[in-house]
Write a new protein. Structure first.
Lengths: 148, 127
């Protein structure tokens, strides 16, 4: 399990909030809606590994690719960016705003050394997928055995 | 006049999620403009194929099943939840049900709920 700067308990709280929060919002109206939870600012990530690659998937619905930044520094992968407040019609009135607006950041400690030059990232259906090929020396090696 | 405003506030009411089948509630924004309501729901990993928007009576159900295939390799660490997202809203009669439209883009569903002509603000000329 990689080390991360942020942790999962908030994530669970977010889900719980979704369910309980609906009742809450209903009772307290707009007051409750303005509260952004800490969990909302750290996108959920999944991490996969095989012999050639480390792959990170992050849930980032509704962004533009220009608003997402990916950096690799000393074995730490940082996914960050900002969801900007959308321009809205002045006469429009907001009844609910649960989607978060603002900066997000996630730092992931990679389980293996990767080749920074070969990293690829795609953004599809609101999921960012970063594929990080392992460096040659980090790949498992098959050692041939010679028989005399 | 107050009663009318209050009714409009209640136009879209959240319903508790169904806990028997496992779902998570997506985060939503709801805006009202003079022409209608705009509802945005976050559904990361969901595209058109995995999406169902249904109107039954006055209950609008949004349900999304994640279509994004998992990455290759062993899953080492997971925070995403392998469940569908779902949310149900109750619409009142101010919404013109036959003109509701929806689209999904980068995991965000946008539903346009136009107001029925009869509830749109109208300027009354004074003679």
């Amino acid at each position: 399990v990689p080390q991360t700067w942020t942790f999962t308990p908030f994530r669970r709280a977010t889900n719980l909030h979704d369910e309980v929060g609906q009742l809450f919002d209903y009772a307290f109206g707009r007051l409750a809606q303005s509260q952004a939870l800490p969990g909302a600012r750290t996108p959920a990530v999944d991490l996969y590994e095989d012999k050639d690659n480390v792959t990170v998937q992050a849930e980032l619905p509704g962004l533009k690719k220009e608003d997402i930044s990916i950096q690799l520094d000393d074995g730490l992968l940082t996914i960050s960016g900002e969801r900007k407040q959308e321009q809205k019609d002045e006469s429009a009135e907001s009844y609910r705003s649960e989607r978060f607006v603002g900066r997000f950041q996630r730092v992931i400690t990679l389980p293996s050394e990767v080749d920074a030059e070969k990293i690829k990232a795609t953004y599809t259906d609101g999921i960012l997928t970063v594929t990080l090929p392992k460096s040659e020396k980090a790949k498992p090696k098959q050692i041939p055995i010679t028989v005399n | 006049m107050n009663a009318v405003a209050e009714n409009e506030t209640q136009a879209i009411r959240p319903q508790p999620v169904n806990t028997e089948r496992e779902f998570v509630a997506s985060n939503v924004n709801i805006l009202e403009t003079k022409d209608g309501y705009v509802l945005e729901a976050e559904m990361p990993g969901v595209n058109k194929e995995g999406l169902a928007v249904n109107l039954e009576g006055n209950a609008l159900t949004l349900e999304g099943r994640r279509s994004t295939p998992p990455a290759t390799g062993n899953l080492v660490y997971r925070e995403s939840r392998d469940v569908s997202v779902r949310r149900v809203f109750e619409l009142d009669t101010s919404v013109a049900a036959e003109r509701i439209s929806a689209r999904i883009e980068q995991g965000v569903l946008t539903v346009q709920l136009p107001k029925a002509e009869k509830v749109k603000p109208r300027k009354i000329d004074v003679n």
